[in-house]
Every structure is written in C-alpha cells, then in structure tokens.
Design a protein. Structure first.
Length: 219
C-alpha cells in the first residue's frame, strides 16, 4: 500500500514537472512574440519611412539618375532601369532613384508627355516626384548618372573629394558612339519624348551590364 502511494506521488510529481515545463515553454514563446511586436512598434514610432528606406539602401547597389528638373529624362531613365533590373532578376539587389540639379519642380510629378511616352512602352513613372540632388546622395549612391554634360559637370562640382562611387554620362553605356547626351525634350513636342525612350533603353542595358560585370553579380 505504501509503495503504491510512493509510486503515485512520483507519477504526480513527474506530471507536475511536465506541465510546468510546457507552461514555461509557452510563456517563453509568448515573450518572444511580445518582444518582436514591441520592436516593430519601436521602429515604426522612432524611425521615419525615409529612415527605414535608408536601412534597406545600405544593403543594395544604389543608382541615381540626374537631369535638370527631374521631370523628363531622369524619371524616365529611373523607370526604364528599374524595369531592366527586375527583368534580369536583380530587383532585390538594387535601389534606383532620380533627382534634378535644379529646384524648379520639387514635389511635382513627371511631365505628362514623359508619362505618356513611358506608358506607351510599358513603363510606369507617374508616381515619382521630383527632388533636387543633395550632398547626402554622395554617401548613399554608388552610381550617379547624368543625362548631359552640363548636369554631369554640376554633379562633379557638388561631389565631395572623397566620393568613392562612379559619376558618368548615361549615354557612355549606350554603344552609340555619335550620341553623347540625352536631349532635353522639355521645350519640344511629344515626339521628342518618344524618341528619347530608345536612347534611354539602350543606355540602361549598357549600364546594367557594366554593373553586373564589375560586381560579378549572379541572379
């Protein structure tokens, strides 16, 4: 009879230990989930969207396209290059943006003619908004690409002496020896915007190949 009580007590003790262990595991799991949720709330409260975006940029290859007002050539170049990057299987490897050297159009959408020319060729740029290039861009971007010599010169004048990235004319990558600059279509007709698409596409292909080869990327 006594041995049965001992056995019963041992069994009850073992069961209690098992329940306590499972309770501890559940509590620990709940704490981890609570901690994860708290961190999410912390980041949302203490970091702006731009800050979180910057954290992602530090892990990618960053390319900035630059023209004068950031409503015609550079937003179109951005849209085309983003499309080429995605098609090549490198969407997660790149961060692409555009800017202007002048402040004429800050906050504005791309020119309606640029939007139309892009849409006719399967690109969407209507959600972009113009901004002016900043000194901090030289800390963020590995490649800064000017649409013409004037803007390339302005980029180089703004660049700090210790900038380690690359500054180029976009058409350097086009393989079209006779065309060194992307024409500014702002004062022209819709046809000028449409013609620029071909130039920008060939330059985008060349730039992407340059980056892939120099960085030995694999999709």
């Amino acid at each position: 009879m006594g041995s049965r009580r001992v056995l019963g007590s041992a069994s009850a003790l073992k069961g209690a230990r098992w329940k306590r262990k499972k309770l501890c595991q559940k509590t620990f799991g709940d704490l981890l989930r609570l901690l994860s949720l708290s961190l999410d709330v912390f980041y949302l409260r203490h970091y702006s969207a731009d800050s979180l975006r910057f954290l992602g940029e530090t892990m990618s290859i960053n390319v900035l396209f630059v023209c004068l007002g950031n409503i015609c050539r550079s937003p179109t170049a951005q849209g085309i290059f983003e499309s080429r990057v995605a098609r090549a299987g490198f969407a997660d490897e790149f961060f692409v943006d555009s800017a202007g050297t002048a402040s004429f159009h800050i906050g504005k959408a791309p020119d309606s003619r640029a939007i139309l020319a892009a849409e006719r060729n399967g690109y969407s740029i209507k959600d972009q908004r113009a901004r002016q290039i900043q000194r901090t861009d030289f800390e963020r971007f590995h490649y800064i690409i000017g649409m013409d010599r004037m803007n390339e010169g302005n980029i180089k004048a703004l660049a700090p002496k210790d900038y380690t990235g690359e500054i180029h004319l976009f058409m350097e990558f086009s393989g079209r020896g006779g065309i060194k600059q992307v024409p500014d279509p702002y004062k022209e007709t819709q046809e000028a915007f449409d013609k620029n698409i071909i130039l920008l596409e060939t330059a985008a292909d060349g730039l992407l190949n340059h980056i892939i080869q120099s960085r030995q990327l694999r999709p």
